[in-house]
Ligand binder design. Structure first.
Ligand code: C2E
Ligand code: MG
Ligand code: MG
Length: 449
């Protein structure tokens, strides 16, 4: 008897272990799956919905890197304790990944209630954590989904919560998103675009278009910004505002950017020598130390003078990893490439960055320019930016100028550079050459084009 009792105990212990996360003592992925599965079976005759959610800590990896793994583990244990303490008697929380937790609320029947519960968890996790002598702060994102019908399986329900979590993460830190059908459609569309874009990049089918940048006083063209254009046989033309973020997220931006830069420099080689080419770099490229090397090797191959190239980067690009970004920027500037700060004023601007980084030029975002005539605050902001650039010795270009009156006002404020539909829309390489033939007859003839 004793032996069989003992064996039973050991089996149960083994089963418990297989369902428990050893670090935090919470249930693990298998426990969570099992709990949801049972609840679905229980609810087969009962139409009451219930909610599940997946919570992911934002920026946990840097904390691990900064404080060490032992401290990382301590934080995870504290997170688990807080989450467990906040569950009522019906609810369950499990640890299902390194910094991922899942919760099950059998008595939560609506999306609003699920959102409220998830917000509360994020709030609880936002209080500081003790790490030895120091403290750390964390935020978390959560995706939720609701069980409505017996046709849904545990897998489907959790996949929906994952999709919602993905949307929450994309929209910033500390967000709660509840799954909707449109999200699935959007996710499918992103995958379709990704696949088509991969094919197009290997087939060399993304093209640069060129938009003139002018001296506002004389209206003379001083350079062009290269803007990527892509039209898929099935999807039709896709806006860069759509495909560039997808390329970044899915790791295609490197090859895409190299393709566009190669084509752009090949085209710009034939322009009059005093015109510059401005090229956009994405935030993720400023985290990759190979970026500088790739740019230089393309310039080398196409024979384009680095002193005629400008690189546009945004404030977001500097925020992710400022040290890496600074190194890339310094490498580029060393060979004579100029660096502009793009879309200034709309990101999470830190004026401190302007002191740390040496920018040659600043581009004032279209949002201020488009409201300059009606909106006093925009006017003041533009004047302040212009004064600051003068003090710091930076050139300025105002973006998105569409009307004469806007251009006049900018000239009146002392803004030297401008770009926008008023002076020209982005056009392909041939059309750009045609435009240059008309405006720079002499210079082009000298180059025998
Ligand atoms: P951006 O670098 O700020 O480029 C300016 C955007 O404003 C372009 O949109 C341009 O067509 C548009 N624009 C210019 N003048 C006017 C105007 O007067 N009115 C209005 N309404 N819009 C104007 P586009 O071409 O759709 O590009 C969107 C963004 O995509 C760019 O913003 C840039 O951030 C990104 N992008 C485009 N090409 C590339 C590329 O080759 N590499 C990377 N990393 N990003 C790119
Ligand atoms: Mg730009
Ligand atoms: Mg811009």
């Amino acid at each position: 008897m004793q032996t069989s009792f003992g064996t039973g105990q050991t089996n149960r212990e083994n089963t418990d272990l297989a369902f428990t996360d050893p670090l935090t003592g919470l249930g693990n992925h298998r426990r969570f799956f099992d709990k949801v599965e049972r609840l679905i079976a229980d609810r087969s005759d009962d139409p009451a919905p219930f909610a599940v959610g997946i919570l992911d800590l934002d920026g946990f990896k840097p904390i691990n890197d900064l404080f060490g793994h032992k401290a990382g583990d301590d934080i995870l244990i504290q997170v688990a304790m807080r989450l467990r303490a906040s569950m009522d008697s019906h609810s369950t929380v499990c640890r299902i990944g390194a910094d991922e937790f899942a919760f099950l609320y059998p008595m939560v029947f609506s999306e609003e209630a699920a959102t409220e519960r998830a917000r509360m968890l994020i709030e609880i996790l936002s209080a500081p954590y003790d790490v030895g002598e120091r403290t750390a702060r964390l935020s978390a994102s959560t995706g939720c989904s609701l069980f409505y019908s017996g046709e849904e399986t545990t897998d489907i329900l959790l996949n929906k919560a994952e999709t919602a979590l993905y949307h929450a993460k994309r929209s910033g830190r500390g967000k709660v998103v509840v799954y909707t059908r449109e999200m699935e459609e959007a996710a499918k569309r992103v995958t379709r675009i990704e696949q088509a874009l991969r094919r197009a990049v290997s087939a060399g089918e993304v093209e640069p278009h060129f938009q003139p940048i002018v001296d506002l006083g004389t209206r003379r063209t001083i350079g062009f910004e290269a803007l990527a254009r892509w039209s898929d046989p099935d999807l039709g033309p896709v806006s860069p505002a759509v495909f560039i973020p997808i390329a970044e997220e899915r790791g295609i931006i490197g090859p895409l950017s190299q393709l566009v830069l190669r084509k752009a420099t090949e085209a710009a080689r034939g322009w009059p020598g005093d015109l510059f080419l401005s090229f956009n770099l994405s935030p993720s490229q400023l985290v990759d130390q190979n970026t500088g090397l790739h740019i230089l090797s393309i310039l080398d191959r196409t024979g384009f003078d680095p002193r005629r190239l400008e690189i546009e980067i945004t404030e977001t690009g500097l925020m992710n990893d400022p040290i890496s970004a600074e190194k890339i920027v310094e490498d580029l500037r060393r060979v004579g490439i100029r660096v502009s700060l793009d879309d200034f004023g709309t990101g999470q601007s830190s004026l401190g960055r302007l002191r740390e980084f040496n920018f040659d030029k600043l581009k004032i975002d279209r949002a201020f320019v488009s409201s300059i005539l009606e909106d006093r605050p925009s006017e003041h902001i533009i004047r302040a930016i212009l004064a600051m650039c003068e003090g710091l010795g930076m050139d300025v270009v105002a973006e998105g100028i569409e009307q004469e009156a806007q251009a006049d006002r900018l000239v009146q404020f002392g803004c030297a550079g401008g770009q926008g539909y008023l002076f020209g829309k982005p056009a392909n390489a041939d059309a750009t050459l045609g435009y240059l033939r008309d405006s720079f007859r002499g210079a082009l003839r000298a180059k025998a084009i």
